[in-house]
Design a protein around this ligand. Structure first.
Ligand code: IMP
Ligand code: MG
Length: 369
């Protein structure tokens, strides 16, 4: 996902897909024009990358020129088309192909036709890389269309949002769902993860998804996914990641209007982290940060032994069991720390201090996301 000015955009058409789309247009047009030497007219600014790639691929001699029109303000098309640079050469008798980056309302195209009205060209064909059929209000024929796309604002590959985004080699689509804060929360046993998750969920209006709780809920209520998970557990097998992801998906869907989610207990492996990324991507969203509470081993051991005196939890009473749990935690999370660090999404937070101090430190990280 990318942010331009105040808006978020998600990947929509990749560089490779653009490349093959342009190639297809070239093939069709070259085939139709045979041995004519055409004049390709790019409509600036948006078409500059398309025109450049197009003519590089064009297999025969051709001429290239540009006219410059402007109609868009922000993310909306306007009726009022400004002619900033008109035709600068005589095209009488020539075969002209207009190369447009995108046809939306068709207002710009109407202006193009007006420009060519008295030019006496031999033929005038319209080629556009993108076309939004739902937005098109004119009836000029579009001879060559690269990709038909939904009526949503896009950027990249020449197309901009208020000046930004033209330089991007891929095309992105405006995200219409609101921006969420999604966290993966980690902490060794005794770090106070549960306590902090509760504070964060109140403070930021997030939904806390503890994988353990989700499993217990699904199994207890005998949901289809719960029964499926149980069938693996009964055989002593690991529950496949997809089952867990499906359960998490159900939780995310149940809370569609949340400001975001705190994932707790998931992911534990690289494959799960990727699956979670895909899940969030499918919701037009993303994991923003992995936050890990960092507490010195000796402090953890003392805290847990202290807790064991009152909690009655057997695994909190034995020092060597406690040390094993801590070691296991670091063994398991090291991979995830790497996974999120490479995306600059790993944040270690000092987990020693008062509950308020730690909440404060976590808030600083979240507020800066
Ligand atoms: P039309 O005049 O409404 O057909 O719009 C054509 C022009 O508006 C294009 O040449 C672009 O400059 C701009 N435009 C239309 N849709 C988009 C979009 O989704 N992203 C960026 N620019 C757009
Ligand atoms: Mg344009």
């Amino acid at each position: 996902m990318i942010k331009l000015h105040d808006l978020y955009f998600k990947p929509f058409v990749s560089e490779t897909e653009l490349d093959s789309t342009v190639q297809n247009l070239v093939d069709k047009i070259a085939n139709d024009l045979q041995d004519e030497v055409p004049v390709f007219v790019g409509i600036l600014n948006g078409s500059f990358m398309f025109v450049s790639d197009f003519v590089k691929k064009y297999p025969k001699p051709c001429e290239v020129t540009f006219i410059k029109l402007a109609s868009y303000e922000g993310v909306k098309s306007t009726e009022d088309i400004q002619r900033l640079i008109g035709l600068t050469q005589d095209l009488t008798g020539r075969h002209v192909v207009i190369l447009e980056d995108i046809i939306d309302s068709g207002n710009t195209l109407e202006e193009v036709h007006r420009i060519f009205e008295n030019e006496h060209v031999a033929s005038l064909k319209i080629a556009t890389l993108f076309y939004k059929p739902e937005a098109y209000k004119k009836d000029f024929k579009l001879h060559y269309v690269g990709l038909e796309i939904p009526n949503k604002f896009i950027v990249g590959y020449g197309l901009d949002y208020d000046g930004l985004g033209r330089d991007l080699p891929n095309v992105y689509q405006l995200k219409t769902t609101k921006h969420m804060t999604n966290l993966v929360l980690f902490g060794p046993p005794g770090a106070g993860k549960g306590t902090q998750a509760n504070f964060l969920k109140e403070k930021y209006n997030l939904v806390h998804i503890s994988t353990g709780d989700v499993f217990r809920f699904n199994i207890k209520n005998e949901t289809a996914l719960g029964m499926l998970a149980k069938s693996y557990m009964d055989k002593g097998e690991l529950v496949p990641d997809q089952v867990t992801i499906d359960m998490l998906n159900a939780e995310v869907e149940k809370n569609a209007d949340a400001n975001g989610f705190i994932f707790d207990g998931f992911p534990r492996t690289n494959a799960q982290a990727e699956a979670l990324d895909n899940l969030m991507q499918s919701k037009d969203s993303t994991i923003n940060a992995m936050i890990a509470l960092e507490v010195d081993d000796e402090v953890l051991v003392q805290r847990l032994l202290e807790r064991g005196k009152t909690s009655g939890r057997a695994d909190d009473a034995d020092e060597s069991i406690i040390r094993n749990r801590i070691t296991e935690y670091y063994n398991k999370t090291a991979i995830l720390k790497d996974y999120y660090s490479t995306q600059s999404k790993y944040f270690g937070v000092d987990g020693v201090g008062s509950i308020e101090d730690i909440t404060e430190r976590l808030s600083k990280v979240i507020d800066a996301l």
